[in-house]
Write a protein that binds this ligand. Structure first.
Ligand code: CO
Length: 291
């Protein structure tokens, strides 16, 4: 349950964005054989700058997740892991340890380098959650690594008069400030639970890239239906001032938006830098134990 706050102002949206296109994502596996859906894939990194990846994992079968994500490195960006159900133990080589549980968020800034593991602490039951990769500006890619666990009860949230419950993981919604704020990329990350027949409006700066991912139910965005397990990329319309979500059935939606960096993106697996040379340096530093 989120730490509920009062709405200090309702977002008014006069010219809502439309859906540019729907994306199904790609079934894949990562770590030690964890089955997941890569919703935001590498070819969409430019279009959805500053976001680099969104993975959705959902399974009731331990065989799909029990291998977890043993020790692996990251450099050059931030990972935001949001757990809907299940228990995931984080350990890293900077001495951080945390148990990510139902409704909790782990925010990790890999910066110049971190090695961590993310392992399930359950042998049965459901594992459901999301991992979002948020890019760092060129000038911050070599910053010190940073880590924060945010249990569900400490995540800011609010309920609209229509009964829409919103958890504000990052950014600001209806005057409620999220758990984390980033100046340059200005990420907005909302988990929105809409009761049947309700709607929700969120202001968005016209230049920010934005998408929604429906993980329960189905929503209408600007006249387009966005079905369950689909991502809708929202059109960047200079005249638009936000997005309006409407639903007939009870639905749960992630709404994610951010200010593009417009910098070169060079990726080699878990390293995301600006140039090929920086990637060679990342691999060399990792191999030489400099993480
Ligand atoms: Co990782």
């Amino acid at each position: 349950m989120a730490n509920q706050q009062n709405i200090s102002r309702a977002d008014q949206v006069k010219h809502p964005r439309n859906v540019e296109r729907l994306v199904s994502g790609m079934a894949t596996s990562d770590g030690a054989g964890v089955k997941l859906t890569r919703v935001l894939t590498q070819p969409l990194q430019r279009r959805l700058d500053p976001f680099l990846m969104l993975d959705a994992f959902l399974s009731d079968d331990p065989g799909d997740y029990i291998g977890g994500f043993p020790d692996h490195p990251h450099r050059g960006f931030e990972t935001v892991t949001y757990m809907i159900a299940g228990n995931l133990r984080h350990r890293d080589n900077k001495g951080h340890e945390g148990l990510l549980q139902n409704g909790g968020v782990q925010w990790m800034t890999a910066g110049r380098g971190i090695i961590h593991s993310e392992m399930p602490e359950q042998e049965d039951g459901r594992m459901e959650g999301f991992q979002l990769w948020l890019n760092l500006p060129a000038g911050d890619k070599m910053c010190a690594a940073w880590y924060r666990d945010i249990p569900a009860g400490e995540l800011p949230g609010f309920v609209t008069p229509e009964g829409v419950a919103v958890t504000v993981i990052a950014g600001e919604s209806h005057g409620v400030l999220g758990a984390e704020v980033r100046q340059r990329t200005a990420p907005l990350y909302l988990d929105i639970h809409l009761p049947a027949g309700q709607s929700f409006a969120q202001a968005l700066p016209a230049g920010h890239n934005a998408f929604v991912y429906v993980y329960r139910g189905e929503v209408q965005v600007g006249g387009s239906a966005v079905p369950e397990k689909k991502m809708a990329i929202l059109a960047n319309d200079a005249a638009a001032d936000g997005v309006v979500l409407q639903c007939k059935v009870a639905s749960r939606v992630l709404l994610i938006a951010g200010q593009p960096l417009n910098e070169p993106i060079a990726q080699h697996g878990p390293f995301v830098m600006n140039t090929q040379e920086e990637l060679y340096a990342a691999v060399a530093d990792y191999q030489n134990g400099k993480f």
